[in-house]
Design a protein around this ligand. Structure first.
Ligand SMILES: Nc1ncnc2c1ncn2[C@@H]1O[C@H](COP(=O)(O)OP(=O)(O)OP(=O)(O)O)[C@@H](O)[C@H]1O
Ligand SMILES: [Mg+2]
Length: 445
């Protein structure tokens, strides 16, 4: 189940769990503290009330009944109301709740003030509980009642007003510490994710620093070892490819020499043509291997500038195509790229558009802040849907382009895709509804 506000990141989730825990623990702590304080205050109030009521009671016992009212008036009673009456107090209040009442009774009978112990029926107690006033009726030994009214101070869950401020500040400090710690602890995961992403773009990306806590160090070492193996694997493959290409050159040259001795002119021409095609494939393979080995650093380039340069150079190479080349888009936009490789990739796409589509319209746009889109469109026949994926396979050429005229070997698209993927982007082909092919290149900014 997905909670709507539940954070998506590991750091966010960890922080959320810890913060919820912190709030629960602090809330429970505050409640326990407040309940304890309320208990202590209640106890103190009961003791105080018991002490003062018993004091009055004792004085009344020791006083002649005739003078009692007079003495009672003269006594300092602060906020305690007291009257003598022939009957117990009659008030519109419930009896004091049992736990509190028992507490008060015990206190009144335990106080060492020298008064005779009060029997249960000689004492009635009303109020208490959530009500802050208490009415006590105490029967004196001669049957008269001493009725006392007391107003208790409201209970406060904490004593000083700064307590709550200090408590909130303490909780905030703990929350900040939690957030900071989580960020620090999760940082290596982010670094690892970025490194994995970087490795996808460039197998020669610099290794991760192998430091920090032991788990992070172990993960970094494992990652670097994996990157090294991938690098070696890729290197071995390209070296194998170039070695084969290299070794094929000598027999091809030999065959070309031998072909010269073929008597039949037509056969000789065909054999030489095939051998030339083979040679072109071998040199393309060698160039491909060379590209894979040279690692050009990423640098900021002005993409529109690069596109216009390519179009200009294409126009110079095919002067009759000049008015069929177009650029549309912003005049300046800086992206991080490997200038020579990216140029080769786009040249391959534009050359294809010219060869197979007879025109090239290049459009640059920035659909969202994280990516730029380069579209290369032509007015040719497009590519049959079934072929759309296969044209990216090395040496795959469409049937009509088999003729030697275009001079291609079928490495243009695979090379372009390799380069663009190494930049963290991708390339897609689609047939336009108006006819012709649209090649869409996405590049991260
Ligand atoms: N714009 C296009 N319109 C129609 N077909 C295309 C287009 N671009 C590529 N193709 C088809 O895809 C095939 C593969 O293209 P790719 O660029 O990989 O090789 P190539 O152009 O044949 O040779 P190279 O580019 O190595 O000289 C081409 O042979 C062609 O059939
Ligand atoms: Mg091509």
């Amino acid at each position: 189940m997905r909670l709507p506000l539940w954070p998506a990141s590991l750091a966010g989730r960890t922080a959320a769990v810890l913060l919820i825990g912190l709030v629960l623990v602090q809330g429970a702590g505050l409640t326990i503290h407040a309940l304890d304080r309320l208990d202590v205050q209640r106890l103190a109030q009961m003791r105080d009330l018991a002490f003062r009521a018993v004091g009055l009671y004792r004085t009344m016992i020791l006083t002649d009944p005739v003078h009692r009212a007079h003495v009672l008036n003269d006594m300092h009673r602060s906020d305690l109301g007291a009257v003598l009456s022939p009957v117990p107090p009659s008030v519109d209040m419930p009896e004091m709740p049992p736990p509190e009442q028992r507490l008060l009774r015990v206190h009144m009978n335990l106080l060492p003030v020298g008064a005779p112990a009060m029997r249960w029926q000689d004492l009635v107690i009303y109020g208490g509980g959530p009500m802050r006033s208490v009415v006590l009726g105490m029967r004196l030994p001669d049957g008269q009642w001493l009725n006392v009214t007391a107003h208790l101070e409201p209970l406060r869950p904490w004593h000083s007003p700064t307590f709550l401020v200090a408590f909130v500040l303490m909780t905030l400090a703990a929350a900040l510490l939690t957030l900071w710690t989580v960020r620090r602890l999760i940082a290596p995961v982010r670094v690892l994710a970025e490194a994995a992403e970087g490795l996808g773009r460039d197998v020669n990306a610099p290794p991760l620093p192998e430091d920090g806590p032991s788990e992070v160090r172990t993960a970094a070492i494992a990652f670097n070892t994996m990157a090294l193996r991938i690098r070696r694997f890729v290197q071995d493959r390209t070296e194998l490819l170039t070695a084969i290409g290299h070794d094929l050159r000598t027999p091809i040259t030999r065959l070309k020499l031998r072909a010269e001795f073929v008597e039949d002119d037509e056969q000789r021409a065909k054999i030489l043509g095939d051998l030339e095609e083979l040679e072109a494939m071998v040199s393309a393979t060698l160039a491909f291997g060379r590209d894979a080995r040279t690692t050009e650093p990423l640098s900021p380039i002005d993409l529109p500038e690069l596109l216009r340069t390519i179009l200009d150079e294409t126009g110079d190479a095919w002067p009759d195509m000049q008015d069929r080349l177009r650029y549309e888009g912003p005049s300046h936009l800086t992206v991080q790229a490997r200038p020579l490789s990216l140029k080769r990739a786009i040249v391959n796409l534009i050359t294809n558009a010219i060869h197979y589509g007879g025109s090239a319209a290049v459009r640059l746009s920035v659909p969202d802040p994280g990516a730029v889109l380069v579209e290369v469109e032509d007015d040719g026949p497009g590519i049959p849907p079934a072929e759309l994926d296969r044209v990216f396979e090395p040496f795959h050429r469409g049937e009509p382009s088999r003729s030697r005229e275009t001079g291609g070997v079928g490495l243009g698209l695979p090379i372009a895709r390799n380069i663009i993927r190494a930049h963290g982007g991708d390339v897609a082909l689609a047939n336009r509804s108006a006819g012709g092919l649209r090649v869409t290149v996405t590049l991260p900014v």
